[in-house]
Design a binder for this molecule. Structure first.
Ligand SMILES: C[S@@+](CC[C@H](N)C(=O)[O-])C[C@H]1O[C@@H](n2cnc3c(N)ncnc32)[C@H](O)[C@@H]1O
Length: 388
């Protein structure tokens, strides 16, 4: 190792010891691994303590790993000896720039710091979660272009993805799953998998949780594409399977997600979540078709609900309201809210059930449910039917 490389590695080691490390980038790779392009390193805080998050960026796939700081420093030294020809170390006291020439000659410059504050390691307590827009999977799914820029037409989806991960992170932090080292997550009706990938990436790669995640969808082409991108991204424990929500055998799960699964598919998903004893059930219902044709308005509301648009709203309110009461009855505390502005998607109501320590059915809710269905002449609701 040349003197400049040693000094660069020593500066990294020192910045980690005195808490001034912000991040490090190695580039201009000329080594034997043809696909490798960059190595990005930043600090993270995990259950195992402070670690270094290594993202090996390739032409078609990224691989992420966490290491303890000592191992991380040694690996950076190895990487500079084995193909990376440039390094940029950011600390709060100095920036260091290393260039290694063809014949091993090198140059090390230091300058004023770009960043004034050390990177926060407590990412899991951040209120605002920002997905890294240069992630490979976002490029592969068409959200970003080759330069990691969010495509104009995907801006709404991008906002939705970020908001979803932010909401999910905060829900986990307020639930029994908060400090879990492992999470089993099932995403029902995963579609193209934007939210599935983002959730996996956040928990597995940013928080360092051992995540096992499955996306379920009836469309085999989407499942095939999802598996291809997961392989290419090196997301080893993310799988997509072809199947219907009603028939998928979930087993036990920690988080059950179903975003924009049509009509009663949302009920199938909630039912699976309850049976899987999921700590969190997160659904964004859409296409509320089951209850509307059954409604016989109470006399007092007859002349209001003769207007289709009003009936539509009441049908939606009753459907999600009943789902929420059923979850409460089964031992979940619930929240119903708009998770992203209607400007980004009209299908934006989110119903969340968080498992409580109550393990018995609460019949207070049974009475409310019966009063409501009686008042509106509702004969059947799919989730109620599934739960008998
Ligand atoms: C509107 S997309 C939503 C995709 C994704 N969850 C999101 O919010 O971006 C709905 C997806 O659910 C799938 N789907 C609908 N009903 C389903 C069912 N009963 N079982 C499995 N997948 C279903 C569809 O094939 C479609 O890909």
């Amino acid at each position: 190792m040349s003197e400049n490389v040693s000094s660069f590695v020593a500066a990294l080691e020192k910045s980690l010891a005195d808490g001034t490390f912000v991040k490090l980038t190695l580039g201009n790779y000329k080594g034997p691994e043809t696909h490798l392009q960059k190595l990005l390193v930043r600090p993270i805080s995990t259950k195992k303590g402070n670690r270094l998050y290594f993202l090996y960026r390739g032409a078609t796939r990224d691989t992420a790993k966490n290491f303890d700081p000592q191992t991380g420093v040694a690996l950076v030294g190895d990487a500079l000896d084995n193909g990376f020809r440039s390094g940029h170390l950011f600390t709060t006291t100095n920036d260091f720039q290393l260039e290694i020439g063809k014949k091993g000659r090198s140059r090390l410059n230091s300058g004023r710091p770009t960043f004034k504050a050390a990177a926060t390691q407590s990412h899991d307590r951040e209120k605002k979660v920002q997905i890294a827009s240069d992630s490979f999977y976002l490029r592969a799914l068409g959200i970003t272009d080759d330069n990691g820029r969010v495509r104009d037409r995907e801006q709404h989806k991008w906002k939705q993805i970020n908001k979803f991960v932010e909401v999910l992170a905060s829900l986990v932090d307020r639930s029994e799953l908060k400090d879990r080292a492992q999470l089993k997550i099932v995403d029902m009706g995963s579609g193209k998998g934007y939210l599935t990938f983002a959730a996996y990436d956040y928990f597995a790669n940013r928080r360092g949780v051992k995540v096992s995640m499955t996306g379920v969808d009836t469309k085999s082409d989407l499942v095939e594409m999802g598996n291809g991108v997961a392989d290419a991204a090196g997301f080893d424990n993310l799988n997509f399977v072809v199947g219907s929500i009603a028939d998928h055998d979930v087993g036990e799960a920690d988080i059950l997600i179903a975003l924009h699964a049509c009509n009663t598919a949302t009920d199938d998903a909630i039912y699976k979540g309850i049976r899987a004893k999921a700590g969190l059930i997160v659904v964004a219902p859409c296409c509320h078709q089951e209850i509307r044709p059954q409604i016989k308005p109470p006399e007092m509301l007859r002349d209001i609900l003769k207007h289709g648009v009003m009936l539509e709203r009441v049908a939606e309110t009753l459907t999600d309201g009943l789902r929420s009461l059923i979850l409460e009855r089964e031992g979940y505390s619930t929240k119903l809210f708009e998770f992203v502005s209607t400007e980004h998607t009209p299908k934006n109501n989110m119903l969340v059930g968080t498992r409580t320590s109550r393990r018995i059915v609460d019949d207070r809710f049974t009475k409310q449910i019966h009063d409501i269905i009686k008042a509106y002449g509702i004969r059947s609701q799919h989730l109620m039917t599934l739960l008998g």
